[in-house]
Design a protein around this ligand. Structure first.
Ligand code: SF4
Length: 228
């Protein structure tokens, strides 16, 4: 297991200004730029991962490092895989310490954009480290809670986090009672070698999702229901 607590990052003020839809040179833009500078001073995006092995595969179950996961989609995706890389990446709690009025919706939106950029840096850093250290080649990812509710139930965040011991002590991420992560700009999952392009969106019936990355795939959906 390795905790990456010194993730390199850039907060590009101009790019962030553009995504916040602020007019360069305006008073708001100046305030925003100062906000980005303050976040840059304190931010510490982080990542946590481990190299894990599959102990057993059953009927809709996979046991990884002694922890049982229940998901037909995960079981199917790991059918030909023996090694996986569970991970948690986060923007870190530090950006939340930048002083701002708690009831200011606009500044909350600014902060969310900054935190998303920090999370992006942590994801990129981890992806590149795994690529260089383990020569994984083509990979895919599954995340608890992504896709339809029963694809890989979000409750299994508990099992995923248990693979690491205390994720909160290691990189400051904790689970709420509804299994969401705090800080909100955090992502957990399992990366694995795969020749197939897998996207949870292919197993998601949600209509009009602005974040959709792939169309719903009825044939894949049926094959997951029929898989061991
Ligand atoms: S379609 Fe939207 S809700 Fe469904 S898995 Fe993709 S991003 Fe998530």
């Amino acid at each position: 297991m390795e905790a990456l607590t010194d993730v390199p990052f850039l907060l590009n003020t101009n790019a962030l200004l553009k995504s916040a839809r602020l007019e360069p040179g305006s008073d708001e833009a100046k305030e925003f730029a100062a906000f980005v500078d303050a976040a840059r001073e304190v931010a510490r995006p982080k990542a946590l991962y481990k190299e894990s092995y599959i102990d057993a595969k059953g009927d809709g179950t996979v046991v990884i490092d002694g922890v049982a996961f229940t998901s037909r989609a995960l079981r199917k995706n790991l059918d030909a895989v023996e090694r996986v890389f569970p991970y948690v990446v986060t923007c870190g709690n530090e950006a939340d310490t930048v002083p701002m009025p708690h009831d200011d919706y606009l500044k909350g939106f600014w902060l969310d954009g900054i935190k998303a950029a920090l999370l992006g840096a942590a994801r990129k850093h981890l992806h590149s480290l795994l690529e260089h250290k383990y020569r994984l080649g083509k990979t895919a990812v599954m995340n608890p809670g992504a896709g339809d509710a029963d694809v890989w139930p979000i409750e299994q965040q508990v099992q995923l986090f248990s693979l690491f011991g205390s994720v909160e002590e290691l990189i400051g991420v904790r689970l709420t009672d509804s299994f969401l992560m705090v800080p909100n700009k955090s992502v957990s999952g399992i990366r694995f070698a795969s020749e197939v392009d897998f996207e949870s969106c292919r197993l998601c019936h949600r209509e009009n999702c602005p974040g959709r990355r792939a169309a719903f795939d009825k044939a894949l959906w049926d094959s997951v229901q029929e898989s061991p």
